[in-house]
Design a protein around this ligand. Structure first.
Ligand code: HEM
Length: 414
């Protein structure tokens, strides 16, 4: 077998932290490779990029999740020992719970909710005249998701809760204070949702069948309900990542601002969908994903040893010139003739969401972007005042610096 190109440093964690989204691509270019080995967070890891690497990453006979996700990311972003960390049959049963929420009917209901919430938000923003789109979107999405999942949320608490969920998401790539803040708000937010689960279970709160609150509260594994805390973690695994879509909403607004020629090409369902997908491809979000080699195997002449950690370069695959023509150009039309093979467009993971770890929330994410772009483009008039809209590629997750400030906001009469 061939030797996997190696970064000759005792530990590269510092470079990951200081280079962020650029770390992997830079090393791949320097070493002229699509696989390399480095020591990160004290562990030897194989970092890999490209479509074929994605296919390997999702091959469950060779790659597993147990032991892969750093505890610090579980304690902030995902919740400890939730679905992200499970393998095999345990994972499939848990995953079916998530997928059962995504029926056509339930998703159509979410679209209606999003349209109603944008109407309300438009009026609120008109009153304020000036607003920060990212913050407004987090609050709007939290409201929409609480309605959709069946979690009660009062007007008095929606901003605070949205802020706290936002901190959890932001803490994932953080160290020091940013990390500790994330851990703290996760504990609080889990407590809030756990109380809802317990109230639904003992009948103090009514939950309609088919709502995610009901689904999670009464989901059984081997004849038993989930521990109430685990149920809270998993229900939060629906609400939290949806709130994270506010990043894509801010990026979508930035795209409308930077590439205004697309504003007139958003009238059909297909055009709106292409735009949402290009936002998911073009702007940085998920940097990479971790897993572990299940047993020894050889791939492209390289030996992957049992227990070795592997990292899939999600961000790089979104910009891979072997997959995308002119990857650095924002071009929604590229999706008109794009052939998706489940491993070549993976901003939310690859493979099959029913059986593997691919994100179950892609339709929700796309829908939130679509409805936001539709509203911003068709129903709202606003100025984009002088501000810092640069995207810091070192920070993970990232965002336009000033979170997209809008001014002179008014609802269009149409
Ligand atoms: C998994 C990204 C929105 C729920 C994932 C994964 C990624 C991802 C990269 C990991 C795939 C893997 O481990 O192989 C995103 C992004 C989103 C988003 C960038 C938008 C900002 C959503 C939404 C939901 C959701 C709206 C709501 C249902 C989940 C769950 C998993 C997951 C439950 C774990 C799946 C599993 O381990 O089987 N997501 N996601 N995500 N996502 Fe999302």
């Amino acid at each position: 077998t061939k030797q996997i190109p190696e970064i000759k440093m005792i530990d590269s964690t510092f470079n990951v932290v200081t280079e962020g989204y650029n770390f992997v691509g830079k090393r791949m270019a320097q070493l002229e490779t699509d696989v390399f080995e480095a020591r990160i967070l004290g562990k030897k890891m194989i970092v890999m990029t490209g479509r074929d690497a994605a296919e390997l990453f999702y091959d469950e006979s060779r790659i597993k999740r147990e032991g892969a996700m750093p505890k610090r990311i579980q304690k902030t972003l995902f919740g400890v020992n939730g679905i992200h960390t499970k393998d095999g049959q345990k994972h499939k049963i848990r995953k079916a719970m998530f997928m059962s929420m995504m029926t056509e009917e339930r998703l159509a209901h979410l679209r209606t909710i999003l349209q109603e919430e944008w109407k309300r938000k438009g009026l609120e923003m008109e009153q304020k005249k000036r607003a920060v789109l990212f913050d407004e979107s987090e609050e709007l999405i939290l409201r929409a998701m609480c309605r959709w999942t069946g979690v009660p949320l009062t007007d008095a608490e929606s901003w605070r809760r949205a802020y706290e969920v936002g901190v959890m998401i932001d803490a994932a790539g953080g160290v020091g204070k940013r990390y500790r803040e994330g851990e703290k708000v996760r504990t609080e937010t889990e407590g809030w949702i756990q109380e809802v689960i317990e109230a639904v279970r003992d009948g103090r709160m009514k939950a309609e069948e088919g709502t995610p609150v009901h689904t999670v509260a009464f989901h059984e594994e081997e004849g038993e309900l989930l521990d109430a805390h685990m149920a809270a973690i998993e229900l939060l695994n629906v609400i939290r990542p949806a709130v994270a879509v506010a990043r894509f909403v801010a990026f979508a607004a930035l795209a409308l601002h930077d590439f205004p020629e697309w504003k007139d090409k958003l009238s059909t369902t297909k055009e709106l969908n292409n735009f949402a997908n290009e936002v998911r491809r073009f702007y940085p979000f998920t940097p990479f994903l971790p897993a572990v080699v299940k047993e020894d195997f050889e791939w492209k002449g390289y030996l992957f040893k049992e227990g070795r950690h592997v990292i899939l370069d999600v961000h790089g695959i979104n910009r891979d010139p072997l997959i995308w023509e002119e990857p650095e150009t924002f071009n929604p039309d590229r999706f008109n003739d794009f052939v998706d093979d489940r491993f070549n467009f993976i901003p939310q993971g690859g493979g099959d969401p029913d059986t593997g770890h691919r994100c179950p929330g892609e339709q929700i994410a796309v829908m939130i972007i679509e409805e936001s772009v539709r509203y911003l483009n068709e129903n709202l008039s606003y100025d984009v005042p002088e501000q810092d809209l640069t995207i810091n590629m070192v920070r993970m997750p990232t965002l336009p610096k000033d979170r997209f400030i809008m001014d002179n906001i008014s609802v269009k009469e149409n």
